[in-house]
Design a binder for this molecule. Structure first.
Ligand SMILES: [Ca+2]
Ligand SMILES: [Ca+2]
Ligand SMILES: [Ca+2]
Length: 502
């Protein structure tokens, strides 16, 4: 048995009901590998049922996702809630999925269920019955899970074989299309949501503080409020740069606006760059500020394939401007913000190793990661991925097209948010690009070469399909990674990925 891991926490908030007070014990257990914990409800004169939220009928603990379980004490048919147990399941790499199902109506004695991947099913625990789950990647519990008095739910931790592993925890949910998440100098996660809201999220509690809803955001297709970046010297220059669509659906545009953070809200909007063509799709819109205080902006082709190769258009480009919106004197096209051309819909960008890396969506194949060079031509619409058709080879030879450092080949994964990891907290990711994707709903790590000029081998894939579509990444100074989903329906999540060591 390997790769087992569950962390159980109890919240410190207790509800006091009309009939009697009950407690969960132990309170706030921290379970280390090799240890176990028994969960019990004390002080309940009736039966205790364990449930999720208010529904009270099902518990599903997905592998690697934090799930809250609430306990309900029922006395003479009157329910009393609601202490809360948070189950955090860690992810061990290399575990072989092996799932088992637990039948209902467990009675008497101690029942132990072990699986490398998950334990699923129904469990009705009768009086004086102990149920003991052991699992690798996670435990999934379904339905009633009613523990009669004297019963014990027991979760045992056993060490992963890995020297380090990843635990995930849901920080916040009920978000709606979060688009940019970044770690702020205040140790909060700053977040945009496509509908127009800018917020700060407390990464410990998940509490969301809304700063402003941008008034003139045009929400249209994949467009809306998109990228954001903070001034690198934020204490002296509390500037928040955002990029969003505006105008009308018949003539959508996009602009970069600088707001000032006054400690409570965003004030004094100043247009930095406007009249970028927008569209229903293909709006680009990642922002990066480099240490020499230049603002890089990705723009999409706005679904007009004549624009990316046109150096007089600012669409389908990587743009570079000063923080006040003026054009740097050393830009490659005099008086123009254009820095590189031939991009389709770049939705990820990070500056690391003194290099600018950009991820971009292909049309139906060849999603790309590119290393951006001044005046570089990245090929779109004439070239997808490598130069490997006769027409592409001709175009590449005539136009010095720069090839991607990674391409998805004959499929599209819908590459999105991109970040750079080099923290000792997770050695396997040192000098790695981290990326998330929409269509194939995966988190990736790409090992960079020592000089940062290439990607070594194939990416490692994590959490495939577990959270749905993934939009963006943020990294904390202590080496934790945050990702946000892009599923909509006011049900998006912000998830923490925490490296841990056995
Ligand atoms: Ca980000
Ligand atoms: Ca290309
Ligand atoms: Ca090609």
């Amino acid at each position: 048995m390997k790769n087992l891991s569950i962390l159980l926490f109890l919240s410190t908030t207790f509800a006091f009901g009309q009939y009697n007070t009950f407690y969960l014990s132990p309170s706030n257990p921290v379970i280390n590998p090799g240890q176990s914990v028994n969960l019990a409800a004390t002080g309940c004169a009736g039966s205790v049922s364990w449930s999720t939220g208010q529904i009270g009928t099902s518990i599903t603990v997905f592998p690697t996702v934090t799930t809250k379980i609430s306990a309900n004490c029922s006395t003479s048919g009157v329910g009393q809630s609601n202490n809360e147990v948070i189950v955090e399941v860690r992810y061990c790499s290399g575990s072989t999925p092996e799932n088992i199902t637990v039948n209902s109506g467990l009675s008497g004695g101690t029942h132990v269920f072990e699986a490398k991947n998950s334990v699923t099913g129904t469990s009705f625990i009768n009086a004086n019955t102990n149920v003991h789950f052991k699992a690798g990647k996670g435990v999934a519990l379904n339905t009633g899970f009613e523990a009669k008095p004297g019963s014990i739910f027991k979760a045992t931790i056993e060490p992963c074989n890995d020297t380090s592993y990843l635990a995930t925890r849901r920080v916040a949910n009920k978000l709606n299309f979060p688009w940019e998440i970044l770690w702020g100098p205040d140790n909060f996660i700053w977040m945009t949501e496509r509908g127009g809201k800018v917020s700060r999220v407390n990464p410990q509690t998940g509490q969301i503080t809304s700063l402003l809803t941008i008034p003139d955001v045009l929400v249209y297709g994949e467009g809306g409020l998109l990228g954001m970046v903070l001034h690198p010297d934020f204490s002296n220059n509390p500037y928040v740069y955002i990029v969003y669509n505006y105008g009308t659906t018949s003539a959508p545009e996009e602009k970069v606006v600088r707001y000032t953070y006054n400690g409570a809200t965003l004030i004094s909007p100043l247009i930095i760059l406007d009249n970028i063509l927008g569209s229903r799709n293909h709006n680009g819109s990642r922002l990066v500020i480099t240490p020499d205080l230049k603002l890089f902006i990705t723009t999409g082709d706005a679904e007009n394939t004549s624009l990316p190769q046109d150096t007089t258009s600012i669409n389908g480009k990587i743009l570079r401007i000063n923080l006040d919106g003026t054009i740097p004197a050393d830009n490659p096209y005099a008086g123009s913000p254009v820095w590189s051309i031939g991009h389709r819909n770049p939705q990820g960008m990070v500056y690391a190793n003194s290099k600018l890396y950009v991820s971009s969506h292909g049309a139906s194949r060849e999603d790309e990661i590119n290393l951006i060079q001044k005046r570089g031509n990245y090929g779109w619409v004439n070239v997808e991925g490598p130069c490997d058709t006769p027409a592409e080879i001709t175009f590449c030879n005539n136009n010095n097209v720069i090839l991607p450092i990674f391409s998805s080949g004959g499929v599209t994964w819908a590459f999105c948010g991109l970040d750079y990891y080099n923290h000792s907290a997770y050695p396997a990711w040192q000098n790695n690009l981290l990326m998330v994707s929409l269509k194939n709903q995966t988190f990736y790590s790409f090992q960079l070469s020592n000089d940062g000029n290439s990607i070594v081998g194939q990416p490692t894939l994590y959490y495939n399909g577990q959270f749905g579509r993934l939009r963006d990444i943020a990294i904390s100074p202590d080496g934790k990674v945050y990702i946000c989903t892009s599923n909509g329906g006011n049900n998006d999540q912000l998830v923490e990925i925490k490296p841990m060591v056995n």
